[in-house]
Design a protein around this ligand. Sequence first.
Ligand SMILES: Cc1ncc(COP(=O)(O)O)c(C=O)c1O
Length: 382
Amino acid sequence: MITSKLPNVGITIFTQMSQLAAQTGALNLSQGFPDFDAPRALCDAVGRHISNGHNQYSPMTGLPVLRQQVAAKIARSYGVQVDVDTEVTVTPGATEAIFCAIQAVIHSGDEVIVFDPAYDSYEPSVELAGGRCVHVQLGLNDFSIDFDKLAQALSPRTRMIILNSPHNPSGALISRAELDQLAALIRDRDIYVISDEVYEHLVYDGVPHVSVLAHEELYQRAFVVSSFGKTYHVTGWKTGYVVAPPALTAELRKVHQYVNFCGVTPLQYALADFMAEHPEHVEELPGFYQAKRDLFCDLLAPSRFSFTRVSGTYFQLVDYSQIRPDLNDVEMALWMTREHGVASIPISVFYQTPPEGQRLIRLCFAKREETLREAAEKLCVI
Ligand SMILES: Cc1ncc(COP(=O)(O)O)c(C=O)c1O
């Protein structure tokens, strides 16, 4: 008999829905990944670096040239200087960065506050560290932080709060005022912050992303995590980074060096080249994805789904209460995939206790125009 360390964990809904989409031939708007190619220059650079012999271990902290590009991008985007050697670490995916940050500072019995709906990797990572997640629900309609609920959830055992902005699955953004409020709330407490900002460059309607990197007070206790996968359309490369003050970075690296030691070398070289040669990529990304969001939402306008255009991420939540209020969201997602050929993600899976009567599913619009048109056509006849 195996005594599981994660008895409540099965295969994730993302795997399940992607498998069902493949089996049924449905359009897969469930898992978050583009169905279009990454920039040619970026892909070509990988081949070049492999041919040129960049095939051995990279430094544990990440290639210096890539860390320099990350620091330069942070300076351009947020106007802050981070130290390339002591504050930036390249990791195999944002997921590994989050896992290592949690293992680095969470001890047995510690509590970690997560905001529901929450990305699914946080809780198992906390449990493996011997900690316990305390779930605080975001606002039902706008997915903003309820500071009264947050204050009530704090205890002497609270050791970490995990933020995610732009927020998966809702697309909501954290404001500077909210970060200030959070900073004031935890000022005299021994609490770390993970700020999961993997969608930092996917923000729309001219609203800038508010990064914890630019919040002097919160940054002192924060691990700020991002993902090259989301920014450069290469989710399968599983390459990300984490920025944290030197003392926190040192602790994180102690874990990272025994979880994976380093990221994939030729991918890091390719990303460094591309970032140096195409700094405009990041600036053009909001416009690129906003056009997809708007196309998809315009096409969905005649449907019976109701929705508000998202402010960030490449996910659009839609409410189906006018279509099949009798189905819960998991049933709805299965029914839509099997009967109508479009796979989605039910958002109840992001909750410890899903709100009663919520009828929301998540659709990924990181897709080619043809895919979005075909999907919308199917969704408009449901
Ligand atoms: C909120 C959030 N955090 C982290 C990740 C993981 O990023 P990566 O693929 O770089 O590990 C994802 C990916 O979907 C995500 O949505």
